[in-house]
Design a protein around this ligand. Structure first.
Ligand SMILES: [Zn+2]
Ligand SMILES: [Zn+2]
Ligand SMILES: [Zn+2]
Ligand SMILES: [Zn+2]
Length: 305
């Protein structure tokens, strides 16, 4: 079972401030001597796409970052692929040696490129070497499908994923900030690893995923209920939620902060960041006859001031 460390790792990172878009040219063509006048007439997209191609490793097709290596003939490749090629140039089979391609590294340093999530709405332009760092934290980067238990590969922005959950996973949709759910299971002593349920709530103009899941801890089934926010972590922190489960005169109450769906369902579950109901308690709450699991979970979401 994972520890709480993963959780603390998460809340530590602040989203990077996105640089405002600049109106400068993508590159300074004046440095290119006699051809500069001619090149300046061409669309800049072409110049930058040629450079883009030059900076692509011929082996792994990823963008190359220093140290960029080259063979004695001048073919380039990235530092990750060099050891994998057993020191042979993948293009001409000559020995690679240890030659760095400083010229290409300098050209790369002069480049400013749009974020790869431009089509998702990011207008950021970034220096080549910091572009990757930005993209890893770009607020426009698409989200993974929050549906648990399947290997769904759908990605997109929140409106897209809401439609996807509704249409492709047939997830229950509710509007409002309070809820009252019943989870019924015929054999409470057995738990398959993939017992999970997802309900989506819309309130405060946002979407929240309520997860109910059974999993095995030691020899006994355990239940966890938690909420995830469909958006980034900094926004998720503006909300709180409470969950309540009870029966036979007993009651458990949980109050928490919804986790962003940037954190996988599994990561949240493994950090136990939700209402945990142990097996014996779940039987009390179900009415005590041990024949059926009948949990009634009520909850509320609110916005912090
Ligand atoms: Zn490579
Ligand atoms: Zn070569
Ligand atoms: Zn971006
Ligand atoms: Zn999906």
């Amino acid at each position: 079972m994972a520890t709480g460390n993963a959780y603390f790792d998460d809340i530590r990172c602040n989203p990077e401030v996105v640089d405002p878009p600049r109106n400068e040219d993508l590159m300074d063509v004046d440095e290119y001597g006699d051809d500069s006048a001619q090149m300046a007439l061409k669309p800049k997209v072409t110049v930058s796409s040629i450079l883009h191609e030059l900076l692509q490793c011929p082996v792994c097709s990823k963008a190359m970052y220093p140290p960029i290596h080259q063979c004695s003939t001048g073919h380039t490749l990235c530092s990750a692929c060099k050891p994998r090629m057993h020191n042979r140039c993948p293009t001409c089979r000559h020995e690679l040696g240890n030659i760095r391609c400083l010229a290409l590294e300098k050209v790369a340093a002069s480049l400013e490129l749009p974020c790869k999530y431009q089509s998702f709405g990011c207008m950021g332009i970034h220096p080549y070497y910091s572009k990757l760092k930005h993209e890893n934290q770009c607020v426009f980067r698409p989200y993974n499908c929050p549906y648990a238990g399947s290997e769904c590969t759908a990605i997109g922005d929140i409106p897209y994923l809401v439609t996807h959950l509704k249409d492709d996973h047939k997830v229950d949709m509710h509007s409002g900030s309070t809820f009252n759910h019943r989870y019924v299971k015929s054999n409470p002593h057995e738990v398959e690893n993939a017992t999970w349920m997802l309900t989506v709530f819309s309130c405060f103009g946002q979407y929240f995923c309520l997860h109910f899941e059974a999993f095995q801890l030691g020899i006994a089934p355990i239940y966890i209920v938690f909420l995830r926010f469909m958006g980034d972590d900094n926004e998720a922190r503006n909300y709180s939620y409470s969950l309540e489960v009870g029966g036979s005169g007993r009651k458990m109450i949980w109050q928490g902060v919804p986790r962003s769906i940037r954190d996988s369902h599994r990561k949240v579950r493994d950090s136990l960041d939700g209402l945990i109901i142990h097996h014996n308690m779940s039987l009390f709450f179900s009415g005590g006859d041990s024949k059926e699991l009948k949990l009634r979970v009520t909850g509320r979401i609110w916005k912090e001031q």
